[in-house]
Unconditional design. Structure first.
Lengths: 201, 201
DNA sequence: TAATATAGCATAGCGATGCTATATTAATTC
DNA sequence: GAATTAATATAGCATCGCTATGCTATATTA
């Protein structure tokens, strides 16, 4: 047929763009391909448009987040794990604040929305394990409770990593998670211990 | 001296830009002044740069939000008022999702940051009234508790108005607020009533 | 009241942007 | 090894934000 696309080039462009984003350098059609030996057409071959490149970067952000959440090792205490997941979520946003901001820009259009759902799934599974362990006797279903945890994590991450709140505001994390989990039926004292144990930034 | 700036022109440009933002039309230097009888220089006279116009729009967003929160009439039940403030916050984001997104873009640089603080102050005062009413016997100080409420509100608003969550996710609002307020020491039953009463979208 | 100073305004143009049309190159298939 | 075809390189287009320049209108002053 003809010469084929090289996936490595695609990854190199995404990585380079992410690096420029971190360095707060302007990401333009010509600047991303500069010094790479590639021409501007590479962007259109691999991403269709400049918007496509941004979309791919968002995707990459969610993929990395999912990997970060997957690296949280489940323990015998599922509520501790939930707090650890929340901490990992916020920690990821703090480590890559600009990428985190881009992830939720432009109406959340991704190439593969399932990658974002996969991240939430880690929370859902932890909630289910907590329920099986009898920690959440309340009637709230697992996806709803996982979503509440996500809402808290996103609010905290968004306002501290890419917003007006100072880093000290991160101390609100354990308190908020404890409040949500106790509301779901967990014992206040035990919950406080579990959250404190899991929340490590 | 010379001819003077007309504040009305400034407002007209901001309003027009906000309208184009809502209509999802591209906001460019030339498009904002098109059909207004003004030249492109007007933007630089009144805002210094295109970035200045965006900054002014963010400011306008926070001003409208503050006005919206100020319109929440305090009642005899300060916890109800807190929920009402939260609902007003989310409701404002839902009514102007694009403006809300812009408000938290670009590193949160505003002309007058005090306008944003003023919005938070409504929450702080409501928390103080609740404390005086004996609803929050816990030791958490008012600003911290108000910030927690804001974090929850922003997480909910950000993910539903300008994010991936569907409108049904708004039902998490009362549950989250109740969890936070009960954690602060309020009676669960009374708190549930107050929040349900105040949370009107 | 008339001259002057000055701030706002309109115009034109610059460099840079995202994108596309066209020609060239290189890899695959027969 | 020729034909086919997709990826690449080049050049150019419309438009972007921005600024230099000259003009106009108003406020101050004599």
């Amino acid at each position: 047929m003809a010469r084929t696309k090289d996936p490595a080039i695609r990854l190199r462009l995404i990585e380079r763009a992410a690096q420029m984003l971190r360095a707060r350098e302007p990401i333009t059609l010509r600047s991303v391909v500069a010094d790479t030996g590639l021409s501007t057409m590479a962007v259109y071959t691999y991403f269709g448009s400049m918007d496509g490149l941004w979309r791919a970067m968002r995707q990459e952000g969610f993929t990395r987040l999912a990997a970060r959440l997957a690296a949280v090792a489940p323990s015998a205490d599922p509520v501790r794990d939930l707090a650890a997941l929340g901490a990992a979520y916020v920690s990821n946003a703090l480590a890559h604040p600009d990428l985190y901001r881009v992830m939720f820009d432009s109406g959340f259009d991704l190439e593969d929305p399932a990658a974002a759902d996969e991240g939430l799934l880690h929370f859902v599974r932890a909630v289910e394990r907590a329920r099986e362990a009898g920690r959440f006797p309340g009637g709230t279903d697992a996806p709803a409770l996982a979503t509440r945890t996500w809402i808290v994590g996103h609010g905290l991450a968004s306002l501290t990593a890419a917003g007006p709140l100072p880093r000290e505001a991160l101390s609100a994390g354990p308190a908020l998670l404890t409040a949500v989990f106790v509301d779901a039926g967990d014992d206040p004292v035990q919950c406080g211990r579990s959250v404190a144990e899991g929340w490590t930034l």
